[in-house]
Design a protein around this ligand. Structure first.
Ligand code: F6P
Ligand code: MG
Length: 460
């Protein structure tokens, strides 16, 4: 067996890791500082213990910014931290291994490991606080909510699309070709939903940014930007179409971002359930605030309330509330009937890539029950492929290593926001590098982290 390629490192100037550690992480941490500051102002007057412990969190966050700048060695988690969160032992085991190769520092260590470590490190500051108030505090909540509110037009458009679906489904009646066309359309909705990602937009989200990635027009223009498309294969091999109406099929989503992307995933879920391609849909969430905008179970609850909130979506409720009410009623209905099920597991916020899933028996057993596991977004793709420097023509089945024959049916829907990308035909990477440079970008390789291209990769 040939040795695996190395991972991407933070000091590689031709990797998206480099601008991430130098610009994006500091922006994200500064955003967290501002949020804690704001919260202290809001709550601190009447609750001195919130202010005092909040000040301590601020000191730790500011120290973290200095640690990035000074390229400090990354330390193992302490016994006290592990007492609060036993999952951190995994991070220490990996760190010890990495340190035998070269000392891990913020600016030079492996990108994926350090990015996962970072979010656990920040989470520790909150769960370790002396005031209970901060223990379940989501420092990205304000940003998540604001961006979803700004997605009002995109939400309305998807609701209206969904409103017309039931009539189309009545006509389908065993017409496999039409059903497949609808399947591709709703997959597309979910795929491009991944373009709204707060860690990429890193805090400076404008309404124009959001409109530029949401909506049917944009999706249509982006058709040729899907550079790997295994959807036909997924349709043929997942067993969904053969079992329409049986109620026995199950689709799982390893979710990515909350807000608009989660909403798009729910629209796809409604399609799968209404068309009876799936009998149940399981949504897998993160247990801690993760990569800024990732979905936690509470974000699902928030989204349901926001859909019904006449002030939150004031324009929709003023102009045209019918479609959103229908969508909300449907999601609530399926949720009550246990056809939409919310799951969470600490595995999703470990540093491990997904080749390790079979070692987590409870999770593995659960996922084996699924006919199709949809991995949403960029980070999930990085973890499927180990975030290694694979030649871009490597087959997806090779890049997912032990998952290839794990019995799990995997469909990855990802807009490309990092270096790793596999399954490309010969010559395409070179062509895109050239194209991206000619468009005025200094580093052509960054096409694959620009969020402008996408892949749909499948393995059974
Ligand atoms: O922009 C890069 C990044 O921070 C990656 O580290 C990460 O993979 C991605 O953003 C998060 O994107 P997504 O929400 O699609 O997983
Ligand atoms: Mg994300």
């Amino acid at each position: 067996m040939s040795p695996l390629p190395p991972p991407y490192y933070n000091d590689d100037k031709r990797s998206f890791a480099y601008p991430t550690v130098h610009k994006r992480w500091p922006t994200i941490i500064q955003g967290a500082i501002d949020d804690v500051q704001q919260t202290i102002e809001d709550e601190g007057q009447s609750h001195p213990e919130i202010r005092e412990s909040g000040e301590l969190i601020l000191t730790q966050l500011k120290q973290l910014l200095l640690d990035f700048q000074n390229d400090l060695v990354v330390r193992p988690f302490t016994e006290e931290e592990i007492d609060l969160n036993e999952n951190l032992t995994h991070f220490n085991t990996t760190l010890a291994k990495l340190n035998t190769q070269r000392k891990v520092t913020w600016q030079t260590g492996p990108w994926l490991y350090l990015e996962c470590y970072l979010y656990q490190f920040v989470n520790n500051m909150f769960i370790g606080s002396t005031a209970k108030f901060w223990h379940s505090f989501d420092v990205f909540y304000r940003l998540k909510t604001k961006t979803f509110k700004q997605s009002e037009l995109g939400v309305l458009e998807l609701c209206k699309r969904y409103e017309t679906l039931s009539k189309q489904l009545e006509k389908v009646q065993g017409d496999e070709e039409t059903l497949y066309l609808l399947f591709t359309e709703f997959i597309d909705i979910s795929l491009w939903g991944n373009a709204t990602d707060l860690s990429l937009l890193a805090g400076n989200v404008t309404l124009e940014d959001i409109k530029s990635v949401q909506g049917a027009e944009v999706r249509k223009q982006n058709e040729e930007k899907i550079i790997v498309n295994d959807l036909q294969k997924a349709w043929q091999k997942s067993g969904l179409k053969e079992n329409v109406g049986q109620g026995s099929t199950r689709v799982d989503f390893i979710l990515d971002n909350s807000g608009f992307e989660l909403f798009a995933d729910l629209i796809l879920s409604l399609f799968l359930l209404d068309s009876q391609l799936a009998g149940e849909v399981h949504l897998h969430c993160k247990e801690i605030p993760w990569f800024v905008s990732d979905t936690m179970p509470k974000d699902f609850d928030d989204l349901l309330s926001q859909l019904d909130d006449h002030e939150f979506f004031a324009q929709i409720y003023k102009d045209d509330p019918k479609a959103i009410q229908l969508v909300s009623k449907k999601i609530h209905g399926y949720f009550k009937e246990n056809k939409i099920i919310i799951n969470h597991h600490p595995f999703w916020t470990l540093d491990y890539n997904y080749w390790a899933i079979p070692q987590f028996k409870d999770l593995y057993t659960e996922l084996q029950k699924s006919n199709l596991i949809i991995f949403k977004g960029d980070l999930n793709y990085r973890k499927l492929t180990g975030d290694l420097q694979w030649p871009k023509t490597t087959p997806f089945s090779e890049a997912i290593q032990d998952l290839q024959n794990s019995g799990l049916t995997i469909l990855s829907l990802r807009t490309c926001k990092a270096d790793v990308c596999v399954g490309l035909p010969n010559g395409l990477n070179e062509k895109l590098i050239k194209e991206y440079e000619e468009a005025g970008n200094e580093i052509g390789e960054f096409w694959s982290s620009s969020g402008k291209w996408a892949v749909i990769s499948f393995n059974k």
